[in-house]
Design a protein around this ligand. Structure first.
Ligand code: GDD
Ligand code: MG
Length: 396
């Protein structure tokens, strides 16, 4: 793969946020044909990508998606990655989880690879969380709460038990398996550039096609534009210099080193991706005290990579989008970095976009504590004992 050089980097305390780098070439050939840092871009060798893939878990959160899409997505994940599916699909009437498990099993049999699949409402998972004192994850029914974010946390625990170094997330409702492949290669490309054990790679789509009588290749969605604007306001207000460096505030497709993933809190549902950026900025030491000296020493690298494949996924309607906007902005609103002007602007924005009633207060998102703050040893031991229950391995 070949990607653009890093054009600019904004530094905020110990955090380095790199401007968007475009994928230039999906396959950059076998031999070295450009010096490192040449204007042609950065070539990332296949072997480097492969070696990183072998240390990476790809977590696929899924809730009631079309099986054809799910099947396409799993087939796009490179063979050497550990594949972890966390499902919150309905089991009433039709047991959709069973169908997903069957699909995954068949795929693993044909592709001769292993994978893991867990249902979010599995009582054993809730029990493990409770025994580790991680009640943040538990809802009123005594099971793990609903939400993509909660699914991600289960996936993260699994990745840790499997001894992985990197974790990447990919939604299950993607129409293009080739896009999935490109996301994972881009994650690896990002990690190969990092100089710190604390790194994150966020994907920016070149186009997100929409049907408006004809196929229209739209670049920005309303939610991501608004979220990016307010995340950038946090930075601008803190430094006194206006910036638009953050272009991936809502990036559902993103990856992290496990070291970074375990120190971040996970805001419930769709607040999760903006919250990650908020937390990274809060922990940068630029304004608030840096909580982890080792992280401050190495710094956190954030890469934003623009992929070539268009991103085509399921349209879930306006109410869903407004919910996403509201939860994302609530993560920014509750940040200690948000001054009163930013808070007011967020409320005005949400009311204008009809995501909040004029007399309503914006509730802060539910936050699942960083895994570092949990009794990880006991959670990992318990999960390791049950690993076989979640494994989908081809029978010889
Ligand atoms: N395990 C689990 N549990 N998965 C879930 C849940 C849940 O409760 N709810 C949704 N998912 C899965 C979906 O099936 C899908 O694979 C993925 O999480 C994303 O959910 P979507 O409903 O497809 O979200 P979206 O497409 O509107 O938003 C996506 O893109 C945004 C950026 O544009 C998400 O990834 C957002 O988090 C992201 O901000
Ligand atoms: Mg989607």
């Amino acid at each position: 793969m070949r990607i653009e050089n890093i054009r600019s980097t904004e530094r905020f305390g110990s955090v380095r946020i790199n401007d968007v780098q475009k994928v230039l070439e999906l396959d950059s050939g076998k031999t070295e044909n450009s010096p490192v840092g040449a204007p042609t871009g950065i070539k990332i060798h296949d072997e480097v990508i492969r070696s990183l893939e072998g240390q990476m878990a790809i977590v696929i959160p899924v809730k009631d998606e079309k099986l054809q899409l799910f099947e396409g997505v799993i087939s796009g994940v490179p063979h050497d990655c550990s594949l972890i599916v966390v499902s919150n699909s309905s089991r009433k009437k039709v047991d959709r989880f069973r169908l997903e498990k069957d699909t995954l099993e068949q795929f693993c049999r044909h592709a001769q690879r292993s994978a893991y699949i867990i249902h979010q409402k599995d009582a054993a998972i809730a029990e493990i969380a409770k025994q580790a004192g991680y009640t943040d994850l538990i809802g009123e029914d005594g099971l793990v709460r609903n939400g993509k974010s909660e699914g991600m946390v289960i996936g993260l625990l699994m990745a840790m038990v499997l001894g992985k170094k990197y974790i990447g997330f990919i939604d299950a409702d993607n129409y293009f398996p080739g896009a999935v492949l490109e996301y994972v290669k881009s994650y690896a490309a990002g990690f190969s550039m990092s100089t710190s054990p604390y790194a994150m790679v966020r994907i920016l789509w070149r186009y997100k096609p929409k049907f408006a009588g004809r196929l229209y290749f739209k670049k920005w969605g309303r939610v991501s534009e608004t979220t990016n604007k307010y995340l950038n306001s946090l930075l601008s207000a803190a430094t006194g210099f206006e910036t638009d460096i953050i272009k991936t505030g809502n990036a559902g497709e993103h990856a992290m080193t496990i070291k970074l993933a375990e120190i971040l809190p996970y805001a419930s549902g769709y607040a999760v991706e903006p919250q990650e950026i908020v937390s990274i900025l809060e922990q940068s030491g630029a304004v608030l005290p840096a909580p982890y000296p080792t992280v401050a020493k190495h710094g956190i690298d954030v890469f934003q990579i623009e992929t070539k494949n268009p991103h085509l996924h399921e349209e879930k309607g306006v109410v869903h989008l407004l919910d996403m906007l509201r939860s994302g902005l609530s993560a920014i609103h509750q940040s200690q970095l948000a001054n009163s002007t930013i808070k007011k602007m967020i409320i005005t924005e949400l009311v204008k976009q009809e995501a909040l009633q004029p007399d309503e207060t914006l509730p802060p998102p539910h936050i699942n504590r960083p895994l570092r703050k949990v009794d990880l040893k006991s959670a990992q031991t318990l999960l390791r004992q049950r690993l076989e229950d979640y494994s989908v391995s081809p029978k010889p």
